[in-house]
Each structure stands twice: as structure tokens, then as C-alpha cells.
Design a protein around this ligand. Structure first.
Ligand code: MOS
Length: 743
């Protein structure tokens, strides 16, 4: 792909108009005839047994159809593996309304179905549930005593690398040392759109399930297996997703309950979650971490020891790569990394944007800042001195790594050379100014994915894959890739996604969609190109003569000779002259494992942050951010920049605002609403300057794109915390950095 008519251009979102005009439909907005409404009753205890459910008052109301509980649900699939979705951790997935056991606060214990939503909601308030509570554990500091190493084998989880060198000895011998404990709280994804499912009950019990999800096929396979349905009888559709951030990677209980009710009642059903219920499935794991770093007088890093603890549920072993990054980001010969998880009476944590990386990098990159400070060394200079030319975890070269360029361009744009080394040395009136920085990395993955493409005789090209667009710009970049590859004007291309009947795609996550689905779209259009070329050759008096595929170019809806652009034929003309209404092709694109496996494949990021701190009250405001990213080829600078902006906002939010608090007496999240769960508003966010450094990579995938959904977040919280230290001289190691911790 050398021509760049569309790829690499700042094309506006192709779905933008539908979104701002309200034409885009979300899961809870699909209207079907005779729809019923389900409202969920949530457990008020964290652990125990349900001793009695009295639904008499609810059922007595005219228009209430049914109250589903564990007492009247039909027998469903028995084995755990029937409930394990594509990315389930080891363990026994939670089964809604399965038995009388309560395993976490907020667990769904009943579904009230009525003819309208208001009635269902009122009726749900009348359902009396009695419990025999048992002692619960939701206090992570206490739960840590039960920590264990997570079993390996979960798809997508890489355990920490084996120790290298003699980390403990090297640390003990090091002239300069830092040993510190860091903590990150529970956080919730809080997408704007609440989870919802609308099940349309069709002929012979066939179901069309409009669901909010990051993986239509993941949900489809789960439903087929749990409800023992034939694959053809359940179709999952999810064209628009109002934010996911990982919360929709696995099926959420609303889809289970909606399907359960629809099958039971033989009616269409909608189930949506309240904002409070948005806190009752999946969260970012809480962590406690200890980092020990040792360095020589000249700043050479001699030892890294990083031990992390994170929470999981009592029924699944959620595992994410928290400490692994500490063996990758900087050059060091003596490294020991450990990771353990501890069960609590909560729902299983889930991947949440830059899962693991952002918690682990917060600890490491703050510790690096502490060490540089102890050495009296500029933190950027320290990082450059310990620049890793090779991935020491894997002992492999990088497929590409323009991190040095990120440091250079980012520092220049920010004006880093003007920084005073001493904390509390920069002021603006009565405000202390702090400048901090941090590094981040994220894996550049490619997974197997399929795509199909159909060219119509009227000139439209329809391309599809069962992926999602969680706001990342998937619709747009796939449209660009297809238009580019087949030389068709952008506005004649339509990309379809979010439908389980489309060709295979993994869940949209891990920043792998551009690489995985993008490659499939490129390959299917290349295959279509070949087909068209062959057809053109068979046409009587073909203007292409005996040309080969190398001799022609596809542009503006035509195929023409390179050397004589007057000789060509419109693609629609090829179809017409071949008596065809459509021409289609389907492929499954697989990563070139052999070629890729010799290399470490990562994107990189450097964040520079300025904060102002009001000295008297400890209030922190981020006033400037420069984020320099090496993310391979940038397919669309506009949507790419938006991805990084989102990541940086998340980083600022993690540093200063977000924290889900539990009331351990009840074992319940207390601030389960957007009033008390703090996230930034416009006034909290300054100008964010995004730099994409040039990075060529022919190994990661045929597009050379590394994925940008998570990298903008990875190191950002650490950069903010480091800036706060530079401003105040006070080191806050327990996120979020709130003013009580600064005073
Ligand atoms: Mo992402 S946390 O894989 O949606």
C-alpha cells in the first residue's frame, strides 16, 4: 500500500453524522413490537444465602408479567466451560439466578418483567428478599494475606518473566537505592452508555439480541452455549457502543437475564442497568506494590525488584500483566518481578483500558523519578542513560522502537530543558509549579480476523467484519483501508460491524483491532482486486490487453495501466460486461507468526506534564501536557489523536480523581454514581499536545500500525504524580493524589 489517497489522512468519522443526529441506535433503543421490560433486583449483602424471596406484592400488580429468581429459572448448561467466554479467566464464571448463594454485593437476585418500564421498576421495589448473611472480605489490605500466584493459561495473560541476574544482591550493593510502596485503588470503567440488551423474540423462538458489547460473536457464542441454542437461532447485533474501555469484553449479566426472560415468556424483552448497577460487574483491580531500585553513582540502573498484589473474586482468577513492564521499559541486568492475586467477595475484576500496565507503570515510573531525584539527576537524562535497545524480558530485538525520538521531540515541545532540578523551586504567584514525566509501553498485537467485501454493479463497496467500534474510530479507518486498497472513492464504501453473522473477529480490545481487522480488510480488498483484474482480462477487447496485475493501478473506481493511464476500465463496467450484479470475496487474515516471533512488538509513549498546586490548600491542577507517541503507522491522524487525548484524560483522572470506595461493614461500593465517583470535567483538562513520531515497522503487521487505544494512558498517571512531587516536594504514592494527602 504505497499510494496514500485515504490512509494516513485525517478523515472525519464516517459515523459522526449518525452519532450527532441521533440516527445511531444503541442497544437499549431498538424498538420491537410487544416489548416487555425487565428490571433487576440487586443483592444488598456481599455474601451469604437467600433464605426467602417474596414477590407476591410485585406479581399482584396489573401488568407485571413475571418475577424470575433462582427458584423458578429453568435448568441451563451445567459445566463451567459452557459459561466461559473467549477471554474468561480460570475459574467458575458467575451464573445469574443460578442458586441461593450470594457471592458479592449487587449481585442480581431477581428480574421483574412488566409491560412497561416504570411498572417494572416499581414492582422491583416491592420484591422482598431475605438473606442469611455470612462474614465477607472486601478490605484488600486484609485480603492480601491469602494471595497466590495466578495460574497461567488464560488467553492474553503473560506471567512475569523469570528473574534475571541477581536482583536482591545488586540492590543491596547499589550505591543509590529507592524502596517504596505504591497503591492504586479500585476503579470502574463508567462508560457514558449504560449496559442494555433488547431481545427481539422471533419466529420459532429465534432471537435477535441487540446488546452493548465489545464482541458480538463472543456474546453470541456464550448465549448459544449457556442456553443450548443452535448457533443459527441467536444473532447478536451491536452497531454502536457508547464507551466500553474493557467493561464489555465479557458478556454482562443483563444479556443473560434478557435472553432468559425472552425464552421463558416467549416475548421480546429489554433489560438495562442503572448507573448504580454499572458498579456491579467488573472493575479495575486494586493494587499494592513494592518497588526497589538500585543505581550506581553515574545513574546506571543496577537492580529492579517489583512485587505487586491485586484483587480477584472468589470464583475466578483474574490476572493481568502488572509487573512485566518493569523488566521492559529500561535497561537493567538484575531484575526480579512478582505478582500475586488475592480473592475478595467482589465480582471478578476486568481489563480496564491499559489493564495492568497503567497500575504497574505508575509504581515503576514514580520509583524511577524518586531514584533520579536521589541521584540529583534529571529524570529524562536518567531514562536516556538506561535506554533499552533490546527487550530483555524476551531477549529479542524490537520490531521498531522510536522511544528516543519521543523523548527528544516531547522534551523540546514541552521546554523540558528549562526545568529546575529542585522540587518547590518553580512558582507562579502563590502557586507551586511542577514538571514531571514518565514513559509507557503497550504490546502491539495482531490476532486472527476475517472480513468480507462485496462490490456492487452500482459502484458501492460493502465490507464487513464482526468487530466493534467502541468509539475508537473502527468504522472510519476500515473504510479508509478499503477505499485505498480498491481505489474506490471513500463515500462509496460502507463498513459493517457489530453483527455476529459477519466474518470472525476477536473482541475489540487490547489495541489490536486496527492491526487485526485492518489487515483482514486490506487482504480481502486485495483478493477482490485480483478477481476484478482477472475478469477484466476476459472481457472482449479488454483495454488492459495482456497486462499483469503489477502493470495496473486501481484508482477513482477504475483499473488503469500504469504506463498509459488512458487505457483503463471502470470497476462497475467490469461487472456489467461480465453480467454480474455483485462480486464478493472473503478472507481470514492470520498474523505471520514465524516472521513476528523473532521480535518484541510494542508501542511507546512519553508524557510530560505541568501542574500548578495551590500551596495553601493543596489543590492540584494539570495545566499542560505533551504526549509523544511511537505507535507505528498512523492510519488517521484525527481519530488517532482522539485516542491519545482520551488516554491522557484517563491518566489525569486516575492520578487525581478516580477511586471506588467500599464500605466494608456492608462490603459494598459506596460512591456508585457519577456524583460521587469523580471523573474530570472540561475545566480539569488543559490543552493536550499530541505528537506522533515517525515510526516504520514492516514486522508488526502488513499495515505497520501498532494500535492506540491504550498507549496514551499507560504512563500518564505517573507523570502527573511526579509533577506534583516536583511542585511540592511531597511524594504521594497512593492514588489518587487528593489534597488531603498533600497537606
Ligand atoms: Mo480494552 S481494556 O482491551 O477494552
Amino acid at each position: 500500500m504505497t499510494a496514500t489517497q485515504y490512509v494516513g489522512k485525517p478523515v472525519s468519522r464516517v459515523d459522526g453524522r449518525a452519532k450527532v443526529t441521533g440516527a445511531a441506535k444503541y442497544a437499549g433503543e431498538f424498538n420491537v413490537p410487544r416489548l416487555t421490560y425487565g428490571v433487576i433486583v440487586s443483592s444488598t449483602v456481599a455474601k451469604g444465602r437467600i433464605t426467602r424471596i417474596d414477590a407476591t406484592a410485585a406479581l399482584a400488580l396489573e401488568g407485571v408479567i413475571e418475577v424470575l429468581t433462582h427458584e423458578n429459572t429453568p435448568r441451563l448448561a451445567w459445566l463451567d466451560r459452557s459459561y466461559q467466554d473467549q477471554i474468561a479467566p480460570n475459574g467458575s464464571p458467575f451464573r445469574p439466578l443460578h442458586d441461593d448463594k450470594v457471592v458479592y454485593s449487587g449481585q442480581p437476585v431477581a428480574l421483574v418483567v412488566a409491560e412497561n418500564f416504570e411498572l417494572a421498576r416499581y414492582a422491583a421495589s416491592l420484591v422482598r428478599v431475605e438473606y442469611a448473611p455470612e462474614p465477607h472480605q472486601t478490605n484488600f489490605d486484609d485480603a492480601m494475606a491469602e494471595a497466590y500466584e495466578p495460574p497461567t493459561g488464560r488467553a492474553g495473560y503473560t506471567p512475569p518473566p523469570k528473574p534475571r541476574g541477581e536482583a536482591d544482591q545488586a540492590f543491596a550493593d547499589a550505591k543509590y537505592q529507592v524502596s517504596a510502596q505504591y497503591a492504586t485503588p479500585t476503579e470502574h470503567h463508567n462508560p457514558m452508555e449504560n449496559y442494555a440488551t433488547t431481545v427481539a423474540y422471533g419466529e420459532e423462538g429465534k432471537l435477535t439480541v441487540y446488546d452493548k458489547t465489545q464482541g458480538a460473536q463472543n456474546v453470541q457464542a456464550y448465549l448459544a452455549s449457556v442456553f443450548s441454542m443452535s448457533s443459527d437461532d441467536v444473532r447478536v447485533i451491536s452497531p454502536f457502543v457508547g464507551g466500553g474501555f474493557g467493561s464489555g469484553l465479557r458478556p454482562v449479566y443483563n444479556v443473560f437475564l434478557a435472553v432468559l426472560a425472552a425464552r421463558q415468556l416467549k416475548r421480546s424483552v429489554r433489560v438495562s442497568l442503572t448507573r448504580q448497577q454499572m458498579f456491579t460487574f467488573s472493575h479495575r483491580s486494586e493494587t499494592r506494590q513494592e518497588v526497589r531500585l538500585g543505581a550506581a553513582r553515574d545513574g546506571q540502573l543496577e537492580a529492579i525488584i517489583h512485587e505487586a498484589f491485586a484483587d480477584t473474586s472468589t470464583f475466578e482468577d483474574f490476572a493481568e500483566g502488572i509487573v512485566n513492564w518493569s523488566g521492559l521499559l529500561h535497561q537493567c541486568d538484575n531484575v526480579r518481578l512478582e505478582y500475586r492475586i488475592a480473592p475478595m467477595d467482589v465480582y471478578t475484576p476486568a481489563d480496564m483500558r491499559a489493564p495492568g500496565a497503567t497500575q504497574g507503570t505508575f509504581a515503576l515510573e514514580c520509583a524511577v523519578d524518586e531514584l533520579a531525584h536521589r541521584l540529583g539527576m534529571d529524570p529524562l537524562e536518567f531514562r536516556l542513560k538506561n535506554y533499552a535497545e533490546r527487550d530483555q524480558n524476551l531477549d529479542k530485538p524490537f520490531s521498531s522502537k522510536e522511544l528516543r525520538e519521543c523523548y527528544r521531540q516531547g522534551a523540546e515541545r514541552f521546554g523540558w530543558s528549562q526545568r529546575n532540578l529542585e522540587p518547590r523551586s518553580m512558582r507562579r504567584g502563590n502557586r507551586l509549579i511542577g514538571w514531571g514525566m514518565s514513559t509507557g509501553a503497550w504490546e502491539a498485537m495482531q490476532d486472527k480476523a476475517g472480513a468480507k467485501a462485496t462490490l456492487h454493479v452500482d459502484g458501492r463497496l460493502i465490507v464487513g467484519s464482526a468487530t466493534a467500534d467502541i468509539g475508537t474510530g473502527t468504522y472510519t479507518i476500515m473504510t479508509q483501508i478499503a477505499a485505498e486498497t480498491l481505489g474506490i472513492p471513500l463515500e462509496r464504501v460502507e463498513f459493517q460491524l457489530g453483527d455476529s453473522t459477519l466474518p470472525f473477529s476477536p473482541v475489540e480490545g487490547g489495541s489490536w483491532t486496527a492491526a487485526s481487522v485492518g489487515t483482514a480488510v486490506k487482504e480481502v480488498c486485495e483478493a477482490l482486486r485480483e478477481k476484478l483484474f482477472k475478469l477484466a482480462g476476459k472481457i472482449h477487447d479488454s483495454p488492459l490487453g495482456d497486462a499483469t496485475l503489477e502493470d495496473v493501478v486501481f484508482e477513482n473506481g477504475e483499473v488503469r495501466l500504469h504506463r498509459d493511464s488512458a487505457r483503463g476500465i471502470a470497476l462497475t463496467e467490469i461487472l456489467r460486461r461480465s453480467d454480474m450484479a455483485t462480486l464478493d470475496e472473503e478472507v481470514t487474515a492470520k498474523p505471520k507468526m514465524l516472521e513476528q516471533s523473532g521480535y518484541s512488538r510494542h508501542s511507546h509513549q512519553v508524557t510530560f506534564v505541568e501542574v500548578e498546586v495551590e500551596e495553601d490548600i493543596g489543590m492540584v491542577r494539570v495545566t499542560r501536557v505533551v504526549d509523544a507517541v511511537a505507535g507505528g503507522r498512523i492510519l488517521n491522524p484525527k481519530t488517532a489523536r482522539s485516542q491519545i487525548l482520551g488516554g491522557v484524560v484517563w491518566g489525569i483522572s486516575m492520578a487525581l480523581h478516580e477511586e471506588t470506595l467500599s464500605d466494608h461493614a456492608f462490603g459494598r461500593f459506596m460512591n456508585h454514581n457519577l456524583a460521587e465517583y469523580h471523573i474530570p470535567v472540561n475545566k480539569d483538562i488543559p490543552e493536550i499536545d499530541v505528537i506522533f513520531v515517525h515510526e516504520d515497522d514492516t514486522i508488526v503487521n502488513p499495515l505497520g500500525a501498532k494500535g492506540l487505544g491504550e498507549i496514551g494512558l499507560v504512563g500518564t498517571a505517573a507523570a502527573v504524580a511526579n509533577a506534583v512531587f516536583h511542585a511540592t516536594g511531597k511524594r504521594v504514592r497512593h492514588l489518587p493524589v487528593t489534597l488531603d494527602k498533600l497537606l
